[in-house]
Design a binder for this molecule. Structure first.
Ligand code: SER
Length: 504
């Protein structure tokens, strides 16, 4: 099944079960000042969970464009992405744990046809209700039901306030050969995590004597997260019950596609394979060995930047635009690493539109604007990049330890415009780290200097013969007619000035 077929099957299944198909909302959350981007499928539904708005129907389903930078440093491995499509079903005070679990199990095992013996489930440490449903109603053997604490099985809120609750996940087992060691039993893991919690220590994964669904190794793929929304949490962290217990689920289409297509890697799925092939033919470099990660980063960042721009974000130096600019620059640096000395990202947009333009017509409609913006950003950044990397290479070759000094990273940023996250990326690939505290220190010293410099001496008020207010037209026009009202030199009004005479 390719991505389009998976999406159709998921949405169709929930439509049959009485859910209203809601279109994907913009990556810019509407009317939610607590979030910069739509980071999960439930974001457009936030006001429905809290009762602020009435939903068009109590059962809804969607395939939502989502963007997160939480794992950006991990992009390049086999599963992390900044942009993904999240399939979800939502119940606003209608069905709860039982309904959500039964739907999910039927869809995964009967419609997607995944082998139930390869599925593991996780629940919250205290969620005995979910445990009983999985064991008694669904029939999952207890050896495959694992309990975890808040860091893994409590979801939300999205942003600093909103709906939140315990969750239950379905994981796909790639097999013992993909794993690190034999499994720890659910009871042993529960005992360890409960003891950790009682002692106030964070999750003890490094000490767990065996593999388990949330292990860092590559054995398990998390397929689906079922959130049992029960509380509203405010910005101070206080929780009160929601108007009604509700359901929010999220299934990353790329991960299901990987499992359904028998590959263990998001980037080996149809959409990504085609994007990576386009990147290979443009750069002339095969996605093999240590080149693989750069092609993956380019494919992921091409998707995220193009979708952000199609939703109206433009590169800039602040807010959303700054995040976008940093991601574009990151992709350009990886292209440079593959030998691309000219701007290239814009040339890949056609392949993306071929892959995803049918499901997301806004992308196809905006293709030429997206291409043009990527081209301009590329042209603007290419010189900075070459210069920055040259300086960085010199600094690294004369480095004695494994840490690049913060003031070097700062000089690259301040004098040459080379972003510190690129410096950090570049260093990480060479087994080095950047002294970020030193960087921050140099940055705050610079800010203090800039503040001092801006407090220039105001001369005492100069009396001029003309007293007439002026209108600023610069917001509307770049050119305009004006009348010179006075000439000042050495703090005095004069009738004429020579070209080299310092003005007042
Ligand atoms: N909100 C949950 C998540 O993002 C489920 O949709 O994982």
């Amino acid at each position: 099944m390719n991505g389009d077929e998976i999406r159709d099957l998921f949405i169709g299944y929930f439509e049959e079960k009485g859910h209203l198909h809601m279109p994907s909302a913009s990556l810019i959350p509407a009317g939610d000042p607590t979030l910069l981007f739509t980071s999960a499928g439930m974001v457009p539904f936030k006001p429905f969970f809290t009762g602020e708005q009435t939903p068009p129907r109590v059962r809804m389903t969607s395939s939502q464009k989502s963007f997160r930078t939480t794992d950006i440093d991990e992009v390049g491995d086999h599963k992390h992405l900044t942009f993904f499509e999240m399939l979800g079903n939502f119940s606003i005070g209608d069905y709860f744990k039982e309904g959500a679990i039964e739907f999910a199990w039927e869809l995964v095992t009967k419609k997607f046809g995944l082998d139930p013996d390869k599925l593991f489930v996780t629940i919250h440490l205290d969620d005995d209700d979910a445990f009983k449903i999985w064991r008694d109603q669904v029939g999952v053997p207890v050896e495959r039901i694992y309990r975890y604490g808040d860091s893994d099985n409590w979801w939300g809120p999205a942003g600093n306030e909103g709906a939140t609750g315990p969750c239950s996940e379905i994981h796909y087992d790639g097999g013992r050969e993909k794993g690190c060691q034999d499994m720890v039993s659910p009871d042993d893991l529960t005992a360890i995590l409960r003891a950790d919690r009682d002692a106030g220590v964070k999750s003890g994964f490094p000490d767990v004597p065996g593999c388990h669904p949330n292990c860092d190794c590559e054995r398990f793929v998390e397929l689906w997260n079922l959130v049992f929304m029960q509380f509203y949490q405010d910005a101070q962290g206080t929780r009160v019950p929601l108007p009604a217990p509700s359901i929010d689920t999220g299934m990353g289409i790329e991960r299901v596609a990987a499992v359904m297509q028998g590959v263990h890697d998001n980037y080996d799925t149809d959409t990504f394979r085609n994007l990576i092939a386009a990147s290979e033919s443009l750069t002339g470099v095969k996605a093999e060995g240590d080149r693989t990660a750069s092609h993956r980063v380019i494919a992921d960042h091409l998707r995220s930047t193009s979708f952000l721009m199609a939703d109206g974000v433009l590169p800039s130096n602040e807010g959303r635009g700054y995040v976008l600019r940093r991601i574009i620059r990151r992709a350009i640096r990886h292209g440079h690493q593959l030998g691309a000395t000219e701007p290239f990202l814009h040339k890949l947009v056609t392949s993306l539109v071929d892959q995803m333009g049918d499901a997301y017509p806004e992308l196809a409609a905006d293709q030429s604007r997206v291409e043009e913006t990527l081209r301009l950003e590329g042209e603007r950044f290419v010189d900075t990049l070459e210069q920055g990397i040259r300086i960085l290479d010199q600094e690294i070759s004369s480095l004695s330890g494994l840490v690049l000094a913060g003031d070097v990273a700062f000089r690259l940023y301040d004098t040459y415009g080379f972003p510190v996250d690129l410096t950090a990326d570049y260093c990480r690939e060479k087994g080095l780290t950047v002294d970020m505290a030193g960087f921050e220190q140099a940055m705050s010293e610079q800010r203090a200097r800039a503040r001092a410099a801006s407090q220039f001496q105001m001369a005492e008020t100069i009396e001029v013969s003309v007293d007439q207010s002026t209108t600023f037209s610069g917001y509307e026009e770049l050119k305009g007619k004006a009348t010179v009202l006075a000439l000042l030199a050495d703090g005095k009004e004069v009738q004429s000035l020579t070209s080299r005479q310092p003005a007042a």
